[in-house]
Design a protein around this ligand. Structure first.
Ligand code: GDP
Length: 300
């Protein structure tokens, strides 16, 4: 009897000491979390997003039991990677599969401000689709900016793709509508529609994009911005998503952005996936985005 008691008391004491050692509390986390916050901020993850991520880490880790021999930093990193993966893969769909299954002709609308690489990105997508065997027409829907039509025309010529255009100042909804009619008549699979990125006022722009959406019913609306732009890109993503609703984003100029956190912020704020990244100025410099790739780039 006595011997048994003694052993069980020892076990109890061990258990108490063990439990104190293995339950993760906020104090233990603090140092690691503040270092992680710095890493994320330095990688261009927006402040609000970092705040939310840290809160999520605390919520999920405080009170959790740590196994013997497990390093706290490893647990935190694993949890952080899984939070980031959740953010990056929210509403994710496969672009190629989408194109394969969508009713043809399908109108894909590109929105975003000028100068970020939107026209080049449309050309890159056109190249990708034609090399997969789809027929493509581009619609010159930026009728506001002088030179925008010619710029798209140049790409269309280089790629041997038909362009539907009206004059500068014309109604972009009518241009895109015409391109869809053309695609229907000619059995063309995909219409890639450019839009204005800037107008006299933000309200003009939003009203115009709203009308384009109503009239041309895009199968997909893609927001384009540059990875380099950090917080500016994030604010624009929020604006375009709130105003017209987007299904995904393409981030350009990743080749010039060693940080890469913009993708996390934009996914978080819009709740929509980054589909591709631009990695250079040529038509082939477009890569499918994956959460694993970005997470690897940040942590490995
Ligand atoms: P838009 O005004 O948004 O249509 O912008 P453009 O398509 O004209 O692109 C603006 C500039 O960015 C051009 O010089 C493009 O060659 C360049 N650009 C576009 N995408 C990329 C990219 O992924 N990487 C790099 N380095 N440059 C790019």
């Amino acid at each position: 009897e006595a011997k048994k008691e003694k052993v069980s008391l020892k076990d109890k004491i061990k258990a108490v000491v063990f439990e104190r050692e293995v339950i993760i509390d906020e104090g233990k986390l603090e140092g690691i979390l503040s270092e992680l916050e710095m890493i994320l901020l330095e990688s261009d993850v927006a402040f609000d997003v970092v705040d939310e991520i840290t809160q999520k880490l605390k919520d999920s880790l405080v009170g959790r039991r740590k196994k013997i021999g497990q390093k706290l930093s490893d647990i935190v990193i694993d949890e952080l990677k899984s939070i980031l993966k959740d953010i990056l893969d929210r509403n994710r769909f496969d672009f190629d599969e989408f194109v394969r299954n969508v009713d043809k002709p399908a109108n894909i609308l590109f929105v975003g401000v000028n100068g970020t690489g939107k026209t080049t990105t449309i050309a890159k997508i056109a190249k990708r689709l034609t090399s997969q065997g789809y027929s493509v027409v581009v619609a010159a829907g930026d009728t506001f900016r002088a030179g925008a039509i010619e710029q798209l025309e140049e790409h269309a010529k280089n790629l041997g793709v038909k362009i539907i255009k009206h004059k500068t100042g014309a109604d972009p909804a009518a241009v895109i509508f015409d391109a869809i009619k053309h695609a229907e008549a000619k059995g063309i699979d995909i219409v890639l529609s450019d839009t204005a990125g800037r107008m006299h006022t933000k309200k003009n722009l939003i009203d115009q994009l709203g009308k384009i959406k109503r009239v041309t019913k895009p199968a997909l609306t893609i927001f384009v911005d540059e990875s380099l732009a950090g917080n500016d890109a994030i604010e624009r993503a929020r604006m375009f998503n709130d105003a017209v609703g987007i299904d995904g984003s393409i981030l350009t100029k990743l080749d010039a952005d060693p940080k890469g956190g913009t993708a996390i912020s934009i996914s978080y704020i819009t709740g929509k996936p980054v589909l591709f990244v631009g990695t250079g100025q040529s038509y082939d410099d477009l890569e499918k985005f994956s959460s694993e790739w970005l997470i690897g780039r940040i942590f490995d």
